[in-house]
Design a protein around this ligand. Structure first.
Ligand SMILES: CC/C=C\CC/C=C/CC(=O)SCCNC(=O)CCNC(=O)[C@H](O)C(C)(C)COP(=O)(O)OP(=O)(O)OC[C@H]1O[C@@H](n2cnc3c(N)ncnc32)[C@H](O)[C@@H]1OP(=O)(O)O
Length: 284
């Protein structure tokens, strides 16, 4: 286990080293630890420099969720080892000049991850240690609760990039912040600061720093210790069923549409410009 993670756990809750166990030691892009006392899993993304969701990170997240489902996991905190960024979203390199089969596989794997996380049987919290654009925002929305470090940004800039979002992403956003706010945000590709995100309900709490974010996430999960797991799990499933069913019914067609839009020359041109601006913008 990395020294960094020990530090995080110590700072967050005075957890001693022998209270935790490393769940997986062979992951490249994730640190996964379980607190033996309360069964909470800490899943920390560590794909430098900004946790871009490449195929490896998506696959490791998916594998980890499958394994946590099989374990006696009582809750999961999804976070990042980086102080400035939670997750920078999908890998723009996968979207640029894509080969149809490759890009279809990529988006299909991401879609499966979204459904897995959204439909997980255990409670989940995103402790967002920094910016969470696009795919990062989606990961957060799949969790029941979102805590975000102050002065961070969150949103889905799809429209600004020329991308029409798949239906399940629009549904996820609508179920999180309501239809009206989702329409305004997504049609404009708006990115919100933490105060704006709190106001519309895209995040639930603001944290001062990463330690505070982890602690607030733990406090949210602690509330479930008094709740019957069966009742909680069934209720979560009922509430989330319509989006999951919709993906099962329409996911494949949705994916075809999405990929054909991505391949359009005018969309590729916009994405190219977006990438150019990203590489050449002034860093703060
Ligand atoms: C089927 C599913 C469909 C939809 C799902 C929802 C929509 C998804 C679309 C996407 O997710 S597309 C990706 C959208 N993401 C972004 O627009 C974020 C872009 N990144 C940033 O705004 C910033 O990088 C940051 C605020 C996250 C962090 O800023 P900073 O700490 O200053 O780091 P740098 O900008 O210097 O980034 C370091 C390095 O990483 C490259 N990079 C960043 N993000 C991505 C990315 N998403 N894909 C590929 N590469 C990325 C960046 O260009 C830098 O590279 P250098 O070579 O210049 O060092």
């Amino acid at each position: 286990m990395s020294t960094y993670k020990y530090a995080t756990l110590f700072l967050a809750r005075n957890i001693s080293v022998n209270q935790t166990r490393t769940f997986f030691s062979n992951l490249k892009c994730l640190d996964v630890t379980i607190n033996r006392e309360n069964g909470v899993a800490y899943v920390l993304m560590k794909h430098p420099p900004v946790n871009t969701l490449n195929m490896q990170l998506i696959s490791e997240l998916s594998l980890t969720l499958s394994n946590l489902e099989k374990s006696k996991c009582q809750g999961m905190i999804l976070s990042s080892i980086f102080d400035k960024v939670f997750c920078s979203g999908l890998d723009l390199n996968e979207l640029l000049k894509p080969k149809p089969e490759r890009v279809k596989g990529y988006f299909s794997t991401f879609q499966e991850l979204v459904i897995q996380l959204y439909g997980s049987s255990f409670p989940t919290v995103a402790a967002m240690t920094g910016h969470s654009p696009a795919g990062g925002c989606v990961l957060g929305m799949c969790c029941e609760y979102r805590v975000m470090k102050k002065n961070s940004q969150i949103g889905i800039p799809g429209s600004r990039m020329g991308i029409a979002l798949p239906r399940y992403i629009v549904n996820l956003m609508s179920s999180t912040i309501g239809l009206r706010n989702a329409e305004l945000m997504l049609t404009k590709g708006k990115i919100l600061n933490t105060d704006e995100a709190l106001k519309v309900g895209l995040i639930d709490e603001i944290a001062n720093d990463r330690t505070d974010a982890i602690r607030k996430a733990e406090d949210f999960l602690k509330e479930y210790e008094m709740i019957a797991p069966l009742a909680r799990g069934i209720t979560k499933r009922i509430i989330r069923r319509s989006i999951i069913e919709d993906v099962k019914m329409n996911g494949a067609a949705d994916l075809e549409n999405f990929v054909s839009v991505i391949m359009l020359p005018e969309v590729q041109e916009k994405l190219d410009m977006y990438m150019y601006n990203l590489k050449n913008r002034k860093r703060d």
